[in-house]
Design a protein around this ligand. Structure first.
Ligand code: DGJ
Length: 722
């Protein structure tokens, strides 16, 4: 079998299919980043670093004024020496006033078959012994004895490299790690753009692109969660790249807490891209003999534009990051009672939702917030995970039984990381929350965060969840988290995140058949870390179809459709007040883990019939929609229309959607050019534009769409190869 990693005296060449990664060893001492991009047969150094004596560029070797770390493209830059750009790490000796410079130099390397697990952290995994190889590079700081092991895993089936770093204190004194980034990379890509997915609650993952020029762009979270505001994902797009052409390099940090993603472009146009745990208020003690593992970054390269990048990373996330039996299983159509009832429900009301939804083809009923303790509003009872018998006299078993008898599965909402101030749990353990003695305990939604860095708190959370899940009546769990961390330094936040990962590992591995959906006030923790434990995420609390076009469009750049929870909700929409048709709402939500978030009891007979037909159609096309190759056709950024499609991997089936946002009088004829079909196959198109055409024609010339009248209307096309 061909080796994926070549070791040469002066360079390492990592050969993923469709991409090469080259690290040079300069003077046997410094690791220099040489290439991450197009696949290379070999590296001869045509574009290797050539030293140059430059003004104001200090030299570590006083006999050679052409070598400066300030101009060398580096792989994991040191702090405080002759490089004035951002370092990848910083460690202080105790007492903390001591030196802050560091000199990692290269000491050696190892090749490892497969991919070692990252202690306590989520990470991509190998699925067979030889589907990947790992290179470990040893660096050492001679003065302190601190070591860093840079790890690179190359996958045989995808143009993907996973990078992370393990620090080891091999010295005699304690150290404090104050910056420990997962990766750093210096590259020259003139006029490249940084793509970020940023926003806010209910406006998550809006696409923004910025041309890189001198200076820094920092995207970060200090909230203790990856956040609605910035996603721990960035992509670098070469100047000429588009949706369908050009080079795209994407970087996912596999972490759900405070992070930093920074692009710093220097005086010579070299960009240093760094990702990792946010160094803000971070100080991690490393006693002699101890080690610290950074989260991982998944790097993926595509020469086929942003679309090509998305499709390959979707596959990789499904094949190597998400785990468990649900990863490739079709996700059930669910109905969630949140927007139907909020906290105001009883067994009778829930039963009526179940009885109405089941005959419409809905497969799973999810009981959301409000089923436990004294939870009559969002001001109390988190932590008291005991069913409220006033609302549910038959207990959870009662409503679970009703649901099953109606032919549906039963799911339940939890918010395990939190405690309400007004709760029995808080009254019993007021010290279990994250806080700083003597300081205000800032509340968010009247709740505090349990400190999962503490073993007894973790044990309690695991036990309370197991008490309910052991009943065997739960098929699905929605795992929510509705506030961020305050009065908390970066190290406590990281310890808490490691604790949360332990809880998640324990629960999700104990109940592999339960489908877990992660949520944080919608998409506040839509990240690769969470996807390791839970294969789908509630994409946003904003269920408005038009808003969802942008949210799902942006999310699809980095995450697969099957991971995106997407529901049809009532109108006027509860977040923005917009009126849209059921068809438009369903067409938008179908590209994802589809469901409803409304009261079906109020459906008219016509609406009920329409929903029944929608569900039947969805089921017939669900595999293609959830696991097909996703192609973005028209961006909603123009605010007039949007389009996307999904194509089955064997290209025999496809589904395309056109969404008209704002209608225009006497508008030009719309032509939709499809993508991803087999040019030689003939497709039978049904839906709004019926007919038979070749894939080449549908892609090359496009299909004329009928005129649409009115705002917020949609067209759905179903394609079947003959
Ligand atoms: C926030 C979630 O995003 C909503 O869907 C809902 O579950 C509420 N929390 C319940 O409190």
């Amino acid at each position: 079998m061909q080796r994926l990693i070549e070791v040469h005296p002066d360079h390492f060449h990592l050969k993923a299919p469709g991409a090469s990664y080259v690290i040079e060893l300069v003077r046997g001492t410094y690791l220099s980043h040489a290439h991450w991009g197009a696949p290379l047969e070999s590296w001869g150094g045509a574009n290797a670093h050539r030293g140059q004596d430059r003004a104001f560029a200090p030299n570590p070797d006083i006999t050679d004024r052409t070598l400066s770390l300030d101009t060398l493209k580096q792989e994991y830059p040191n702090p405080g020496g002759s490089d004035f750009r951002s370092p990848a790490w910083l460690a202080r000796t105790e007492p903390s006033s001591a030196a802050h410079s560091g000199e990692f130099v290269y000491r050696g390397h190892r090749l490892v078959t497969g991919k070692p697990l990252l202690a306590g952290l989520p990470s991509a995994t190998s699925r067979s012994r030889d589907d990947c190889e790992t290179l470990e590079l040893d660096l050492e700081d001679g003065l302190t004895g601190l070591k860093a092991i840079l790890s690179y895993t190359v996958f045989r089936t995808a143009p993907v490299i996973c990078r992370s770093v393990r620090f080891q204190n091999s010295g005699k004194a304690s150290l404090r790690l104050e910056r420990a980034l997962s990766m750093s990379m210096d590259f020259d890509l003139p006029e490249a753009r940084l793509l970020q997915l940023s926003g806010s609650w209910a406006r998550e993952r809006t696409v923004r692109e910025t041309v890189l020029g001198e200076g820094s762009i920092s995207l970060e979270s200090r909230r203790g969660a990856s956040s609605h505001q910035h996603n721990p994902f960035v992509a670098i797009l070469s100047a000429e790249s588009t949706e369908d052409h050009g080079e795209v390099r994407g970087f996912h940090l596999v972490y759900s807490g405070n992070f930093l993603a920074q692009a710093e472009t220097d005086q010579f146009g070299t960009t240093r891209l760094q990702l990792g745990i946010n160094p803000w208020a971070f100080s991690w003690e490393l006693a002699p003999g101890e080690s610290f593992q950074t989260p991982e970054v998944i790097l993926s390269y595509s020469a086929e534009g942003l679309g090509g990048y998305s499709r390959q990373i979707h596959r990789f996330i499904r094949d190597h990051l998400c785990r468990g039996p649900w990863v490739n299983r079709e996700r059930p159509i669910l109905i969630n009672n949140w927007e139907a009832t909020y906290f105001d429900f009883n067994e009778e009301k829930l039963s009526s939702i179940v009885q109405k939804a089941a005959p419409l083809g809905v497969e799973l009923f999810v009981l959301d917030d409000g089923w436990f303790g004294q939870r009559r509003d969002d001001r109390r009872a988190l932590g008291d995970w005991v069913v409220n018998r006033t609302k549910l006299p038959g207990g959870l078993e009662g409503i679970a039984k009703t649901t099953r008898q109606a032919g549906m599965k039963f799911g339940l909402w939890f918010e395990p990381e939190m405690v309400s101030v007004d709760s029995d749990l808080y009254r019993a353990h007021p010290d279990w929350c994250i806080h700083e003695e003597g300081r205000t305990r800032s509340e968010g939604r009247s709740q505090l965060v349990l400190n999962l860095g503490r073993p007894e708190v973790r044990a309690h959370v695991i036990q309370s969840l197991k008490l309910i899940l052991d009943s065997g009546s739960i098929d699905y769990v929605k795992w929510d988290s509705n506030r961020h961390l305050t009065e908390c330094d970066g190290s406590t936040a990281h310890r808490h995140m490691l604790g949360l990962y332990q809880v998640l590992e324990s629960i999700t591995s104990a109940y592999p058949e339960i489908l877990f959906e992660s949520c944080s006030g919608g998409g506040g923790r839509f990240d690769a870390g969470m996807l390791y434990y839970m294969p789908q995420v509630w994409t946003s609390d904003n269920t408005d179809a038009v808003s969802r076009l942008s949210i799902q469009w942006g999310t699809s750049i980095a995450y697969p459709p099957a991971t995106m929870g997407a529901h049809v909700s009532a109108v006027p929409n509860h977040q923005v007040g917009r009126m849209t048709s059921v068809k438009m709402r369903a067409d938008v939500a179908m590209t994802g883990a589809f469901g409803y978030e409304l009261d079906p009891v109020v459906f008219s007979p016509e609406e009920a019939r329409e929903v029944q037909d929608l569900n039947a159609w969805y089921k017939a096309n669900r595999r293609t929609l959830q696991f097909g190759d996703f192609h973005r056709l028209k961006s909603p950024a123009s605010h007039d229309a949007a389009a996307w499609m999904s194509v089955a991997p064997d290209k025999t089936r496809a589904v395309a959607f056109w969404f008209q946002i704002m209608a225009r009088a006497n508008a030009p004829q719309r032509v939709l050019r499809l993508k991803g079909l087999d040019p030689r196959k003939t497709y039978r198109v049904s839906g709004a534009c019926a007919g038979e055409w070749s894939g080449s024609e549908l892609m090359g010339a496009g299909i004329r769409l009928p005129d649409l009248h009115g705002d917020y209307t949609s067209i759905r096309l179903e394609l079947q190869a003959n």
